[in-house]
Design a protein around this ligand. Structure first.
Ligand code: FCB
Length: 429
């Protein structure tokens, strides 16, 4: 085999990057995360999303940079609080700004995938109780219908809601997102209402755009018993997985609402997806309430285990119950020094390529370093580095690696030598 031969091929995949509006745009104060980040000690570095990467103004340069890397597709979100700053009031200028960006993305040949809800929401909507409110589903659907009507000539691929499970637990269990209240009744309502909102949005979007591709971005992690033979650990891993993941997947993808979620009279059981959107990051070692990592495993800057085969494990599992094309709507790692991101990309894509499953798309999280929720600006997920003081972007080696993967349709021996061979993962405690 020569160095130019492919070690594995990615030519069946459309490859790109993902972002979310609040984490990159900056400049918006009308949302719940801005409000919450202003309270003391909520965000680890004291930052707010007001600065972020200033993408709201720098979108042209960012789009050019994406094009120069040869990215084939781009997952972004639109910020509800910009488009509907007050209930029922639509900001045409904000929509126009998104239209320009989407047009530019298409003009450089990148396929856009647009998320309607990615954690943040308008302050007024939070005031109603966010997704725990009985009005939440209707409010969200009316916003969704405005966006699809106004942007639908530029976008045909949609993610309705990003990670309802993470949104719900960070806000109503772990105090890691607004309103940071431990409230099991609200947690259950949020999950139920988000799943209903997804199912109804699925039909609403198809009503407006028959050829649209619609899915959710489901956060799926591997839950493994900390000690394989320990029955408590095994039971806990099973319960975590059911509660955090499977019940929600059944509701969103299959329209089937478990009694733990509560009823959804407005949803008919049946498929509610055109692709299986999966955000995959890590594996948890479970031994009871709360989880951790196995000792001595590879970890990223946040201490999350790096477990590449997990991407196939979670996809295979979901696909067995809900057959369809698989889109990895997020996969990435916090690596401030870019010491192991290329290896991370290599090993995850290698797993995908060898799996025999119908993976169609891969979105690396993230395009550029960004405002990482409670972690603020410190955690670095970008294939492009950002200097927040100057807002200067610098493509990391891992960005060059992704560029070459796309250009070659896979990884060659010489690319492996250049980008991956010298990289090792840090090991956890
Ligand atoms: C996911 C979120 C995304 C980002 C990554 C690191 O759970 O969807 O916004 O924060 O984690």
């Amino acid at each position: 085999m020569s160095a130019g031969d492919l070690l594995f091929s990615t030519s069946d995949l459309l490859i790109g990057v993902a972002t979310s509006a609040l984490q990159i745009e900056g400049g918006d104060r009308n949302n719940n995360w801005y409000d919450w980040s202003k309270l003391s000690r909520t965000i680890k570095d004291g930052s707010t999303p007001e600065r972020a990467t200033d993408h709201w103004r720098r979108w042209r340069e960012d789009t050019e940079l994406m094009a120069s890397l040869g990215l084939q597709t781009y997952r972004m979100s639109v910020e509800w609080s910009r488009i509907e700053p007050r209930p029922g009031e639509i900001d045409r200028a904000a929509l126009e700004r998104y239209r320009q960006e989407l047009q530019a993305i298409r003009d450089v040949g990148i396929v856009p995938l647009v998320t309607l809800h990615h954690f943040s929401q308008p302050s007024w909507f939070q005031g109603l109780g966010g997704f725990s409110s009985p009005y939440a589903v209707d409010r969200f659907l009316s916003f969704a219908s405005v966006v699809v009507k106004e942007l639908g000539d530029l976008v045909s691929d949609w993610v309705t809601i990003n990670e309802p499970n993470v949104h719900a637990v960070q806000s109503y269990l772990f105090n890691e997102g607004p309103p940071a209240r431990r409230d099991f009744a609200a947690l259950r309502q949020v999950l139920r209402h988000m799943a209903r909102a997804h199912c109804r949005a699925y039909h609403l979007i198809h009503g407006l755009q028959p050829d649209a591709k619609v899915g959710a971005a489901h956060h799926a992690r591997v839950f493994a018993p900390r000690t394989a033979r320990n029955p408590v650990h095994r039971a806990a891993a099973y319960v975590d997985r059911q509660l955090f993941q499977e019940i929600l997947a059944d509701a969103m993808l299959g329209g089937r609402f478990h009694r733990l979620l509560g009823p959804a009279p407005d949803v008919t059981p049946g498929p509610h997806y055109d692709f299986l959107g999966i955000n995959y990051y890590s594996r948890s070692a479970v031994r009871g309430i709360g989880d951790g990592t196995f000792p001595g495993v590879p970890v990223n800057d946040l201490g999350w285990e790096i477990y590449p085969q997990g991407v196939v494990e979670v996809a295979a599992d979901l696909h067995a119950r809900y057959p369809g094309p698989i889109w990895i709507t997020e996969n990435g790692t916090a690596d401030g020094l870019d010491r192991f991101r290329s290896r991370f990309i290599y090993e995850h894509l290698q797993q995908i390529a060898a799996s025999g499953l119908p993976f169609e798309r891969y979105y690396h999280w993230c395009f550029v370093d960004n405002w990482e929720w409670t972690e603020g600006e410190a955690m670095r997920f970008g294939i492009v580095a950002n200097d927040y003081d100057t807002q200067e972007r610098t493509v990391r080696d891992s960005g060059r690696f992704l560029e070459q993967i796309i250009a070659h349709g896979g990884v060659t021996g010489s690319m492996y030598e250049e980008f991956v061979a010298g990289q090792t993962y840090p090991l956890g405690p």
